[in-house]
Write a protein that binds this ligand. Structure first.
Ligand SMILES: NC(=O)c1ccc[n+]([C@@H]2O[C@H](COP(=O)([O-])OP(=O)(O)OC[C@H]3O[C@@H](n4cnc5c(N)ncnc54)[C@H](OP(=O)(O)O)[C@@H]3O)[C@@H](O)[C@H]2O)c1
Length: 293
């Protein structure tokens, strides 16, 4: 696939990091519940190699996927990394033996998290680290994040992190973080059916900051909607391709990181970068959010 077809490119603000807008999210490579190794590690490595072969140069991951195992898989499949590959990781949680998701957001825990990521990915510095606020599930929760962002800014000054982003955050938290350091991307839950961040993502677009929706296909339960199915049939694409094309057309600062453990789904998702929806199809798709509300 020609890289120009991967949705065009985007440069993170104030950086020399340019990525294709169609990226890849690695969370689905871990075992069930994002715990343990993949059922077929060789197939998972094949997916990662195909991601790069297709021209993708933006991979989203975290050391709490597995935990540790997804980053180790990325290292095994792709190290030494190709020039221009941007690996974005996130901190803020830990996975105890009961497989739950717990906060890990003291300055000391964040520092340990950076070193875990560096070791497991085989890097000297992390390209972009998102501070992920762990609140109630995947919903945001107000509250100061100054202590955590300050800790990450110090790790950046020490050269262990190149750039800082945020995840699962509110507009207030982003503004607070921007008084401490530059923010290059925001990763929140957003897709055709979940549009709570509509205003936020437009504001970030005005600032040139990347908005990277997690669960772009709906997450563990992919999006299902009769409108989506009808539009997909009308344009000769799959519903998941339409969901991705809609996001790409929604705003030029949106970077896509659909997750999959399947080579076939990967091919389908990457091909969505070539799909352009008509104004009429876009109007019809507005119904998905209205009906989901
Ligand atoms: N910051 C955060 O808090 C946060 C939270 C969640 C996720 N993330 C990041 O965001 C990335 C994307 O989210 P996600 O992977 O959870 O959800 P997603 O991309 O919305 O959807 C993934 C699900 O859709 C399936 N799928 C993928 N492509 C498909 C296709 N073409 N047709 C049918 N089903 C398809 C996958 O199963 P198969 O494996 O069978 O394809 C998987 O069940 C993650 O990989 C992770 O890097 C971040």
């Amino acid at each position: 696939m020609r890289t120009s077809l991967l949705g065009g490119s985007f440069t993170f603000p104030g950086t020399d990091m340019t990525v294709q807008r169609m990226g890849y999210g690695a969370m689905q490579l871990a075992g069930p519940g994002v715990w343990g190794p993949p059922a077929d590690p060789q197939a998972a490595e094949a997916v990662l190699r195909e991601v790069l072969d297709a021209g993708v140069n933006h991979i989203d991951t975290s050391d709490f996927y597995g935990p540790h195992l997804t980053n180790q898989l990325i290292r095994r499949a792709l190290h030494p990394y190709r020039d221009g590959l941007v690996i974005v990781t996130k901190l803020g949680a830990r996975r105890p033996a009961d497989k739950s998701w717990q906060r890990a957001n003291t300055p000391e825990e964040l520092s340990v998290g950076v070193h875990d990521n560096l070791r497991n990915l085989g890097l000297d510095a992390l390209d972009i680290v998102n501070y992920r606020v762990v609140g109630s599930g995947h919903g945001t929760e107000e509250g100061s994040i100054a202590e955590q962002v300050t800790a990450l800014a110090e790790l950046k000054q020490r050269g262990l992190i190149r750039h800082i982003g945020l995840s699962n955050v509110t507009a207030t938290q982003i503004a607070e973080a921007q008084t401490i350091t530059d923010i290059v991307c925001v990763q929140n839950l957003y897709n055709l059916a979940h549009r709570q961040d509509d205003l936020l993502l437009d504001d970030l677009a005005r600032q040139g900051i990347a908005y990277v929706p997690f669960f772009p296909l709906g997450g563990f339960t992919p999006l299902q909607s009769s409108t989506l199915t009808e539009v997909a049939q009308g344009v000769g694409a799959t519903p998941m391709q339409v969901a991705l094309a809609w996001l790409r057309q929604r705003s030029s600062n949106i970077l896509l990181i659909p997750g999959t453990s399947s080579l076939a789904h990967l091919g389908e998702n990457l091909a969505a970068a070539e799909l352009t929806l008509s104004a009429e199809a876009l109007r019809e798709l507005e119904q998905v959010a209205v009906l989901a509300a």
